[in-house]
Design a binder for this molecule. Structure first.
Ligand code: CP3
Length: 333
């Protein structure tokens, strides 16, 4: 069994497995090399040979315990035939949502459009580099996808003022998302994903009163579905203030924490395995500071099932040597 699965299933506390969110990406020169020649990001995600190669790039360099498949949470709207583009130095841009079209979208057509993603998972899973390691599939949480579908780009600090104007449509969109997210999860698992992570990157934008309808309830539906397939599920509700209430409501197998939450409080409040926490910016500082911060988290969670990770994705300006130092440090702890 992989180290990560031992932490999740047997609640081992002395293993310190490590993987990093966005480990396959822009901080690696070998990724940038491929990206330069492949200007269309969606097409790159759909090129299963390159997607496999990119997924494996960080595993060639560092002693990581998992591969996270090179894809994107916005492949789901793409699979529903919605327009999704990635603009340089800006991020994603979505077309105007066609609710009629996504409501009637055919399951088989969806799976067919995303087939290369599943093929890549299969190829990653079979590669020797993932032997005894975990292959992680992922989805965006319904709330975070709803944000992109309505906002049509990354929100900055807050939602547009009329975000909740059409509650009737929002309810319909959430139902469509629930249906196709489950199909997307099942397809990833059928092709070799052994863990599913649910990214709720914009959970922190909601007021407390809105969490039950937009975060707890729709995420619980997915979590219960993943569990019914006998696969562990990691939830990452970035920016949520109360992780304990989140865990009590959703009961994921692992909770991934962001870098703004106090790890000591988490250690006190939360009984399930924990992942992540370290601020990605410490990788931009020096080795001394990095060592101090990493040791802080490893010390706090030394008698708790813990999967090392950052509290958000690794930043593009990160020096790969710092990543190397980080992984070695966690392994030598
Ligand atoms: O973790 C990994 O290594 C696997 C690949 C992965 C990507 N996106 C590739 C990617 C994963 C897990 C994601 C998840 C994702 N995508 C999230 C959730 C995590 C988070 O960061 O909060 C979100 C919100 C998105 C949507 C998205 N995709 C944005 C906002 C952007 C542009 C800004 C950015 O962060 O890069 C992307 C593009 C994207 N997704 C890139 C990569 C490697 C960069 C593409 C490029 O310009 O080369």
């Amino acid at each position: 069994m992989s180290l990560i699965n031992q932490v999740i299933k047997s609640k081992k506390t002395d293993l310190n497995p490590i993987w990093i969110m966005r480990q396959a990406g822009r901080y690696l020169p070998e990724f940038r090399e491929i990206r330069k020649k492949n200007t269309d990001f969606i097409k790159l995600c759909l090129n299963y040979n390159l997607a496999t190669e990119i997924t494996l790039q960080p595993l060639k360099r560092f002693e990581l315990d998992a591969a996270i498949i090179f894809s994107d949470i916005l492949m789901l709207p793409y699979g529903l035939n919605q327009k999704v583009e990635f603009k340089k130095n800006f991020g994603p841009i979505l077309g105007k949502l066609n609710l009629q079209e996504i409501s009637n979208f055919n399951e088989k057509d969806f799976t067919k459009k995303l087939k290369p993603v599943y093929t890549a998972i299969n190829l990653v899973r079979k590669n020797d580099l993932t032997l005894n390691k975990s292959t992680i599939g992922f989805v965006g949480a319904p709330w975070t996808l709803l944000v992109y579908l309505i906002n049509r780009k990354s929100p900055k600090q807050k939602l547009i003022t009329d975000f909740f104007e059409d509650l009737h449509s929002i309810k319909k969109i959430l139902l469509v998302l629930d249906k196709f997210l489950k199909i997307h999860i099942k397809n990833q698992i059928d092709n070799g994903a052994e863990i599913i992570q649910i990214f709720d990157s914009w959970a922190g934008l909601l007021e407390k009163k809105d969490l039950p309808s937009y975060v707890y309830s729709p995420t619980l539906s997915l979590v219960e579905y993943v569990k019914s397939l006998n696969v562990p599920v990691i939830c990452f509700p970035r920016g949520i203030k109360d992780y304990k209430i989140y865990c009590d409501n959703i009961k994921p197998d692992v909770i991934c924490i962001d870098y703004e939450v106090d790890p000591i409080q988490i250690r006190k409040d939360i009984k399930i395995p924990v992942q992540g926490g370290v601020d990605p910016k410490v990788l931009l500082s020096d080795k001394e500071n990095l060592k101090k911060e990493v040791k802080k988290y490893l010390d706090i969670f030394k008698d708790h099932p813990y999967i090392f990770n950052l509290g958000h994705g690794v930043l593009p300006q990160t020096d790969p040597n710092m990543m190397d130092y980080l992984v070695k440090m966690v392994k030598d702890y």
